[in-house]
Write a protein that binds this ligand. Structure first.
Ligand code: KIV
Ligand code: ZN
Length: 513
């Protein structure tokens, strides 16, 4: 089709998304998401904010070293230390490494936050971009709070940074304030008033405070933006960011009037959404567009009748197109080591011999209790057996009795710092009894904030996957565990979080903005 332009999908789940309350991830968790984003085939992965913490630096570096398809971006304020640190982590990606530097340009931010004049902001932006461009031609500049910036000044800054080497210029709606027509006008203004605008890609980055992030991003695309910054499940600061699945499916579904394409493998949308929920413990609402549990459920009789006649009556996109109902049966009880390792490779896991062996033993035991093993099961096995923090606490055995006749009792045996300990405790339910027993054995002071249970695939023999969120010394820590028995999965999730606290494996981020 004529006039088909590509929209660059810049995923910031691991940076802006990770700034969602409670969404901090450790390196292994970030790697799992990065591998999934690679399968989703986004164009750019913003992997983190390298100067924010050592953990964030290491995560960006590892992603830059490991992920091969997408470009890898790292955020930095417009300062020498930030930019040098960002490049130190990103250089492993070579030309695919992108330095993303930013400074606020709105009067409000310049006056109250930066305490800088327009000239100082302009000079700082130019210097930052020049330094970044001395490392790589792949430089993105963001004018933070662009939407509330005076347009002539915004145009002046954008022109200057492009002249200094920025190849992507981002116009963020940092506070989720704009509406589609206004944002369309802002992008149009820049196209008309920045003399060198054709030398850079215009990018948009919308927050969802008024629920307009996707609509605003689409309006910007219609005005000429060619990169959209977004996150899986729309997670991010406050009300979140533009949701990746919504913008991508809007472009695909309304291709009749939006003549743009993306490189996204849309069938990987549901697996990406699920993986993120599992890792962060942040579930999407039931009626969330595209990935909510009800997004393809037809309840009303008249709708069901129409659907039976022809799916297009009430369905504007198919569940298959977003990877729903697509759990692929990949392995079974008789699959051997080679088939298992090959499949892990396809899923992006390049494990050591020892790690493969550990995962294979777990796979065999799962295949004994569950006839069909899906990709999602393999992901859970790797997460559970390999990508774990050092185990100060180990679950050895447990037994729980519950029902309507007797008080729920959990008997738990654990290894705590090398010593075997056992206890039995009554609780308000089987999970409560289990958690109380673990708390007693580990002497943990952490407070339980949240507990959620999900099934990894369909069927009554599906593995349960539980997440637990704990609060400890002002931090929030998530733990995840999978097992065909959901009480055991809960125990594993709780112990996983306690091990993270013990190993201090949480990325403790400083807030960037
Ligand atoms: O919302 C925002 O302005 C940002 C920038 C750092 C791009 O996240
Ligand atoms: Zn943002």
């Amino acid at each position: 089709m004529a006039n088909q332009e590509k929209i660059i999908i810049f995923d910031t789940t691991l940076r802006d998304g990770e700034q969602s309350p409670g969404a901090s991830m450790n390196i292994e968790e970030k790697m799992r998401i990065a591998h999934q984003l690679e399968r989703l085939n986004v164009d750019v992965i913003e992997a983190g904010f390298p100067i924010a913490s050592d953990g964030d630096f290491e995560a960006v570096k590892k992603i830059a070293q490991t992920i091969k398809g997408p470009q890898i971006a790292g955020l930095s304020r417009a300062g020498e230390l930030d930019i040098n640190r960002a490049w130190e982590a990103l250089k492993y990606a070579g030309e695919r490494g992108r330095i993303h530097t930013f400074i606020a340009t709105s009067d409000i931010h310049m006056k109250y936050k930066l305490k800088m004049s327009e000239q100082q902001v302009l000079d700082t932006a130019v210097k930052a971009v020049e330094l970044a461009a001395s490392y790589t031609p792949n430089v993105e500049f963001s004018a933070e709070d662009a939407v509330r910036t005076s347009l002539p000044f915004l145009a002046q800054v954008i022109e200057a940074v492009i002249a200094s080497g920025a190849t992507t210029v981002n116009i963020p709606d940092t506070v989720g304030y704009t509406i589609p027509s206004e944002y369309f006008d802002i992008i149009s203004y820049l196209k008309q008033n920045v003399s060198n605008i054709d030398k850079a890609i215009i990018s948009v980055h919308c927050h969802n405070d008024l629920g307009l992030a996707v609509a605003n991003s689409l309006a910007a695309v219609q005005a000429g933006a060619r990169q959209v910054e977004c996150t899986v499940n729309g997670i991010g600061e406050r009300a979140g960011n533009c949701s990746l699945e919504e913008i991508v499916m809007a472009l695909r579904t309304r291709h009749d009037i939006l003549h743009y394409t993306t490189n996204v493998t849309t069938e990987q949308i549901t697996p990406s959404s699920k993986l993120l929920s599992t890792i962060t413990g942040i579930q999407v609402q039931q009626n969330k567009a595209v990935v909510g549990a009800n997004a393809f459920a037809h309840e009303a009789g008249i709708h069901q009748h129409g659907m039976m006649m022809d799916a297009s009556t009430y369905e504007i996109m198919t569940p298959e197109s977003v990877g729903l109902n697509q759990s692929k049966l990949v392995l079974g009880k008789h699959s051997g080591r080679h088939a298992f390792i090959d499949r892990l490779k396809v899923l992006g896991y390049d494990l050591t011999r020892e790690e493969n062996e550990k995962a294979f033993v777990r796979f065999k035991s799962l295949a004994d209790s569950k006839k069909e093993i899906f990709d999602e099961d393999l992901d859970a096995i790797v997460a559970d057996e390999v990508l774990r923090v050092p185990e100060t606490f180990k679950l050895l055995q447990m037994n729980v009795s519950s029902g309507s006749f007797s008080a729920p009792t959990a008997t738990v045996e654990m290894e705590v710092a090398g010593k075997v300990k056992k206890t039995a405790i009554i609780g308000d339910g089987p999970v409560d009894a289990t958690f109380k027993a673990i708390k007693k054995l580990t002497k943990s002071q952490a407070k339980l904030l949240n507990f959620s249970v999900g099934a990894i695939t369909g069927g009554t023999d599906a593995q349960g996957e539980c997440t637990v969120r704990l609060a400890d010394e002002g931090r929030e820590i998530l733990g995840a565990g999978a097992h065909p028995d959901i009480i055991v999965a809960s125990a594993k999730a709780y112990i996983h979080a306690l091990n993270k606290i013990a190993s201090k494996a949480i990325i403790n981020k400083k807030s960037p903005v």
